[in-house]
Design a protein around this ligand. Structure first.
Ligand code: PLP
Length: 399
């Protein structure tokens, strides 16, 4: 038998994909599973997005497209960045297959064996694997529920070594839903200013999903001179309800963008032309749909928090962004469920919840915090109400 590449030894299957497969199998067996496990926003893109996709099919010339992205998409993204207060030239932008691929490509271009990449934990489940695939070492900095899962400047400073090559920052955060205040972002930017050997990867894919009248604050707005070493990752998946279209974007200084485009040309070529046309229409089109959408998420967040706050032994910092809540359930470990399962840890909690109440969650260990579980509340109000009732019944039934 020939050998497999050693690099795959450092990579594990995605925690969210694993739950997704289990849910699909249960549904196929006819079980009414309520899935709060996946990060899909649960709405469809506006009609002009579909119109642009149909027009792109009609106009197809049977050709490849530029790997960097169509001029139309790059201009639309540039415009969107400008609206958000960022100035980028077209040669500083590139298209990728979702934000995930943007992060992967950046990690390939910026890091290698011997490098460390720092990120706050809880973290998005793919971060350590994307870093390991580049040969670099993931350095997760634990941030507890008591700290509202937020990285402090002191912790960032303490994690930095001469080997630190990059800092990966996701705000608002998946899985915690935490949103950093302006002062908190400023304090992290001040630390980064002192360490010019560090690239900054800003995963901004939830930047439009911010609640309670709060604002999204960016490291680059706090400290514009970080621009030379900051790379922004954006995605159509969450903001425009387009996860399956697989379009993401990167904005980065030219010194990064040149090799990133080369990698894209050599490894991927272009994102589907139809998807790029749809993405361009989404960026360029009307954004008024976002306000009612945000209010809908805010309401579902409130429903989720109202339920969680009634439960003994569960603590959950108040999420102000994305569409996740990340309750700490450690105090429930050691109890036994109504169905007779010992809740030894987060995995046992999620397995028993799935088997006994048919509610799918993701164990917190998939996000670096084994004391918690992730609830994605981006579902219909009716399903959310039913799922929250089941969740509460499960926890209240623990002995
Ligand atoms: N970053 C974070 C924090 C995410 O939660 C996700 C998806 O859930 C991604 C990146 C990648 O999303 P996509 O590849 O769909 O753009």
């Amino acid at each position: 038998m020939p050998q497999l590449a050693r690099r795959m030894n450092a990579v594990k299957p995605s925690a969210t994909a694993a739950v997704g497969k289990k849910v699909a199998a249960m549904k196929a067996a006819g079980i009414n599973v309520l899935s709060f496990s996946i990060g899909v926003p649960g709405f469809l893109p506006p009609a002009h997005v579909y119109a642009a996709a149909h027009a792109a099919i009609d106009a197809d010339k049977g050709a490849y497209f530029p790997a960097q992205g169509t001029p139309e998409l790059l201009k639309a993204f540039q415009f969107r960045l400008k609206e958000d207060g960022f100035d980028y030239a077209l040669n500083e932008l590139c298209t990728c297959i979702g934000g995930k691929n943007g992060l992967y490509n950046l990690m390939q271009v910026l890091t290698e064996a011997g490098d460390e990449v720092i990120f706050p934990s809880p973290y998005w489940t793919s971060y350590p694997d994307i870093i390991a695939l580049a040969g670099a070492t993931p350095v997760a900095v634990p941030c507890t529920a008591a700290e509202h899962y937020k990285l402090t400047p002191a912790k960032l400073q303490a994690a930095i070594t001469p080997r630190t090559r990059a800092f990966l920052f996701n705000n608002p955060n998946n899985p915690t839903g935490m949103l950093y205040t302006q002062a908190e972002v400023q304090a992290l930017a001040d630390v980064l200013m002192q360490h010019p050997h560090i690239w900054i990867l800003s995963d901004d894919i939830y930047d439009k999903m911010v609640y309670d009248g709060e604002k999204f604050h960016h490291l680059l707005h706090a400290q514009p001179s970080l621009r030379d070493r900051t790379c922004i990752v954006q995605s159509l998946s969450k903001t425009y309800g387009m996860p399956g279209w697989r379009v993401g974007m990167v904005a980065a200084p030219e010194v990064v963008m040149k090799p990133l485009i080369t990698l894209t040309e050599q490894a991927l070529m272009n994102v589907s032309g139809v998807a790029m046309a749809a993405a361009a229409a989404a960026f360029a089109g009307d954004h008024t749909f976002l306000e009612p959408l945000k209010r809908g998420f805010e309401k579902k967040r409130d429903m989720t928090m109202a339920m969680l706050n009634t439960l003994q032994g569960v603590t959950c910092p108040h999420p102000q962004g994305a569409f996740y809540a990340f309750p700490n359930v450690k105090k429930l470990f050691g109890k036994t469920s109504a169905g007779g399962t010992l809740i030894s840890d987060d995995m046992a909690f999620c397995n028993a919840m799935l088997e006994e109440e048919h509610v799918a969650l993701v164990p917190g260990s998939g996000f670096g915090d084994a004391e918690a579980v992730r609830i994605s509340y981006a579902t219909s109000e009716a399903l959310l109400t039913e799922g929250l009732t089941r969740f509460a019944r499960f926890v209240n039934g623990l002995k």
